[in-house]
Design a protein around this ligand. Structure first.
Ligand SMILES: Cc1cc2nc3c(=O)[nH]c(=O)nc-3n(C[C@H](O)[C@H](O)[C@H](O)COP(=O)(O)OP(=O)(O)OC[C@H]3O[C@@H](n4cnc5c(N)ncnc54)[C@H](O)[C@@H]3O)c2cc1C
Length: 461
């Protein structure tokens, strides 16, 4: 692209947010270009195949929480490659006293489970009578859950769940920003239990087909199928290996200076979909101080992802389920494990086993930085103790994410207000990405739609 033929919209970052956004604009006939720092597009989504194993370096699956996903897959021609997690995926496990306990899926299972004590189960009966919090208060998730459901539920349900989703700590995360639906249930119904029951009844009345618990999905060849299809659809509009270095305002819009790109790129609108820490190295030729200070406060803990593949399962029983999560109270060295070959087909050779272990996060950031031999040794020890896996994997891979997932901590809403103010001050500038609107792949797709509508409205107007 040259100075003479500027595209109205420049999207910075080719993760799922930037690629989806660019694709949506492109489909509306709005000229768009994507500029990505790395030599490969896809951002956190990356799949590879080694020795008969299909390996996800980042996200392993996504949740089917919005019909926008299906529209996207149909438009890209990849709906036939979609794969839902096997029914066994509903079995999720949490470690207590060194043993795996199935997470109870309904009231009878809750009564029978040894994951929670009798006192913890009785405590749940009090939940509908706990007063709702002040809606203006930004409460952390730990206080919210302990107040409503009791300490044990926090320790053995919410704490492991939060480390599975955010690699985060309930004591730090804002319930309003990180789990807005939970917060809304309390505000609307005054009780999570009442809210779940009444919400389901209301959905039935409206004949709303959407389920409360979304299904996990991937693609036959892994999640990268999605970003690859987006890149294919965008063709030569995606430029890789060109990190944005300088962004200035011009009378017509913006001028962008990118490394490895000889020309200054001009655009009427610029959408940044880079991580919050990506702003550290960016030179902005206009005042965005408050937003930059806000973005600098978002913590991304390191996470190490360890893939373990066995050509023949070393276990004498099938590993059936989503995987297990480890509560902080258990004082173990890993956050949990996903059982890839139980979730989706083709993740391991026939009769083999593939699983992924997560280490570090906000709970134990230093663990994610351990040297490789120590990290792999610890993972092997934990899998031996928790799953009885004694054999060494035939194939092992370690992926480090030094700054993995943005933590929506208490005060996050205030930080996002500074980001919004920056957009108001500089029309044509949009700041998106997974620090805003949710961290999951599905939330990033939803956020891309919101951004696309805003950008299309402004560019057309
Ligand atoms: C280890 C891990 C496991 C996860 N597991 C799950 C899961 O199981 N399910 C789920 O739903 N979600 C999961 N997530 C979260 C989800 O994958 C991410 O939130 C999502 O993919 C982020 O997409 P994004 O486009 O917003 O950002 P990114 O994917 O981070 O993309 C941003 C892009 O911007 C580029 N960039 C940065 N600076 C510049 C610059 N100056 N110029 C140009 N480009 C730049 C980067 O190189 C990057 O490609 C996981 C994340 C991680 C890290």
């Amino acid at each position: 692209m040259s100075d003479q033929h500027p595209a109205p919209v420049a999207v910075i970052g080719a993760g799922i947010t930037g690629l989806t956004l660019a694709h949506l604009l492109d489909r509306q006939g709005i000229p768009v270009r994507v500029y990505e720092a790395q030599s490969r597009p896809g951002g956190a989504i990356r799949t590879s195949r080694e020795g008969g194993f299909l390996i996800e370096h980042g996200p392993n699956s996504a949740q089917d929480t919005t019909p926008l996903l299906h529209q996207l897959f149909a438009g890209l021609g990849i709906a036939d490659q979609l794969e839902y997690a096997s029914p066994a995926a509903k079995n999720r496990y949490v470690v207590r006293d060194g043993k795996l306990h199935a997470v109870p899926l309904g009231p009878p299972a809750l009564l029978g489970t040894r994951l929670f004590s009798g006192a913890a189960k009785l405590r749940l009966l009090a939940e509908p009578f706990v007063r709702r919090s002040d809606p203006d208060q930004d409460e952390d998730l730990a206080h919210f859950v302990e107040r409503r459901l009791g300490r044990e539920f926090l320790d053995y349900a919410i704490d492991p769940f939060v480390s599975g989703v955010f690699a985060g700590l309930p004591e730090k995360l804002s319930v309003k920003s990180a789990f807005p639906r939970l917060w809304e249930l309390e505000q609307r119904y005054g009780s999570l239990i009442k809210g779940a029951i009444l919400g389901a009844r209301e959905r039935r009345k409206r004949q709303d087909q959407s389920k409360q618990s979304a299904q996990s999905f991937s693609f036959r060849e892994g999640l990268q199928t999605l970003t690859d299809a987006l890149v294919r659809a965008l063709g030569d509009k995606v430029h890789t290996g060109v990190p944005l270095q300088v962004l200035r305002k011009t009378p017509e819009g913006f001028a962008l200076e990118l490394a490895n790109h000889p020309e200054v790129v001009r655009a009427r609108a610029v959408v940044l979909t880079i991580p919050a820490h990506g702003y550290e190295g960016l030179e902005l030729g206009f005042d965005c101080t408050a937003a930059r200070q806000a973005l600098a406060q978002i913590y991304y803990p390191p996470v190490a992802v360890v893939f373990c593949g066995y050509r023949r399962s070393p276990l004498d029983h099938p590993l059936e389920g989503f995987g297990f999560l480890v509560p902080c109270r258990e004082n173990r060295q890993i956050l949990g494990s996903l059982w890839n070959s139980s979730l989706f087909g083709g993740r391991a050779p026939e009769g083999g086993l593939a699983l992924t272990v997560f280490v570090g996060g906000s709970r134990q950031p230093e663990h994610a930085l351990w040297p490789e031999d120590k990290l792999l040794g610890v993972v092997a020890d934990e899998l031996r103790e928790l799953l009885g896996l004694r054999e060494r994997p035939d194939y092992q891979a370690l992926f480090r994410w030094p700054r993995a997932i943005p933590q929506y901590q208490v005060g996050h809403q205030r930080l996002m207000e500074a980001v919004e103010a920056c957009e108001v001050q500089h029309p044509g500038l949009y700041l998106g990405g997974n620090f805003r609107g949710g961290i999951s792949v599905a939330d990033c797709v939803k956020s891309a739609h919101v951004l696309a509508n805003r950008v299309a409205g402004a560019v057309a107007g």
